[in-house]
Design a protein around this ligand. Structure first.
Ligand SMILES: NC(=O)c1ccc[n+]([C@@H]2O[C@H](COP(=O)([O-])OP(=O)(O)OC[C@H]3O[C@@H](n4cnc5c(N)ncnc54)[C@H](O)[C@@H]3O)[C@@H](O)[C@H]2O)c1
Length: 375
């Protein structure tokens, strides 16, 4: 079978995580075909050359357009800032390439829909980096819920809080400007939480949200004493209703001191509950009322080879996986989707849904009212 040849755009935080996954996935999973790390694109040739060498890619370019039209590339991997996703994805789709994009897919639902329809029309495969659902522990949580082991889900309480912008003296980045990032913590971490809540519970049908920018001015790196105005949210929370009748509360913050990867949830069912904490990503807490009353309590399950995808990483239970391992599962799904023509999830259409919900959250805040989700 023909190998899948990858072109990677952007070599920062996510570019590196993807590069690691392209190298590790073939050792972890029995893939249907080989991965060729073909080309890296960056903002200048020096950085592109350096990263191609470090990440083990064959070629580099300082022009991402050259990468997307290169005949030796099968899949374009977009790890550039949010505002570039649309232009890069549309160019890649036009060139007939499959697209693997980081989240959030686009700055707005309208843009995400345009990208989705272009990909579907062209018949190319798409995958978006909502990696947290790839964790064997989260797959186990979904299995427990869909088996009915905690009964019918009645409530989802989820947070995704970090402190990477809690210090108000941290300098400006692209993440703080609407034209480059769109929303703030909502698109950055809230988008993951929305995708995860729907993965575990059901599609969201309506919501009521509040949003706040706490640190309105931050220093700019140009000159000491200069500041720039922050244009998007530091914290957001919402009440939601899901299609199965369950209620939910979701919150996200980028200024929550002490929270490093605070993706956390509690799912309550009619017969039990599940608790998960991403900072302990190979553990799940399960309570069921099947236990006799004198023995009831949350049971700590450590993920192991009997759980989805874990055995490919390690033969021993409880040895723990890490963030980069979730990206390896994601890359497995990408390569199998392309090589073995399997469906991929979350594709552009699924990521478009997240953009719709993000827009509804901003609309709810602006209008001080509940908003129905119409897709
Ligand atoms: N899935 C996740 O868990 C996760 C985590 C962090 C970031 N992200 C997403 O990944 C994307 C990138 O974020 P990041 O944290 O890696 O940002 P980053 O700033 O660390 O890296 C972005 C890289 O893109 C490069 N770049 C910018 N413009 C470019 C251009 N025109 N051509 C080529 N390269 C260009 C930059 O030089 C930089 O190296 C964002 O969409 C973000 O939301 C996802």
């Amino acid at each position: 079978m023909k190998p899948v040849r990858v072109g990677l755009i952007g070599t920062g935080y996510m570019g590196k995580a993807h590069a690691i996954a392209f190298k590790s996935a073939p050792a972890i999973f029995p893939l249907s075909t080989d991965i060729v790390c073909e080309m890296v694109a960056e903002v200048d040739a020096e950085l592109a050359a350096q990263k191609a060498r470090e990440f083990g890619f064959n070629r580099f370019t300082a022009d991402w357009r050259q990468l997307v039209t290169d005949p030796e590339i099968d899949v374009v991997d977009i790890c550039a800032p949010n505002y570039l996703h649309k232009e890069m994805a549309l160019a890649a789709i036009e060139a007939g390439k499959h697209v693997y994009s980081e989240k959030p897919l686009a700055l707005s639902a309208i843009d995400a829909l345009e990208m989705t329809e272009a990909a579907e029309k062209a018949g190319v495969k798409t995958l978006v980096g909502f990696n947290y659902t790839k964790n064997p522990t989260i797959q186990l949580a979904r299995e427990i819920i869909s088996n009915g082991e905690i009964g019918d889900v009645v409530h989802f309480r989820g947070t995704f809080n970090e402190d990477y912008l809690a210090d108000n003296q941290l300098p400006f980045t692209w993440r703080l400007k609407r034209e480059f990032s769109g929303s703030g913590t909502l698109g950055d971490m809230g988008s993951h939480l929305i995708n995860l809540a729907e993965f575990l519970v059901a599609p969201m049908t309506e919501l009521c949200a509040d949003i706040q920018t706490v640190h309105r001015e931050r220093p700019t790196p140009d000159q000491p004493g200069n500041t720039g105005t922050v244009e998007n949210d530091d914290q957001v929370h919402l009440m939601a209703r899901f299609a199965n009748g369950a209620m939910g509360t979701l919150e996200s913050s980028r200024i929550a001191w002490g929270r490093k990867n605070g993706l956390w949830f509690e799912v309550t069912g009619t017969r039990g509950s599940l608790i998960y904490d991403q900072e302990r990503l190979s553990e799940l807490q399960l309570f069921t009322n099947d236990d006799r009353p004198s023995r009831q309590g949350f049971r700590r399950i450590l993920t192991g080879p009997q759980h989805p995808d874990y055995a490919n990483f390690c033969v021993s239970a409880g040895h723990g996986l890490g963030y980069n391992d979730m990206k390896a599962v994601e890359v497995r799904d990408l390569i199998e989707g392309i090589a073995a023509d399997k469906p991929m999830w979350p594709d552009f259409r699924a990521a478009y849904r997240v953009n719709v919900i993000m827009d509804a959250i901003e609309q709810s805040h602006a209008e001080h009212q509940w908003i129905q989700i119409s897709v």
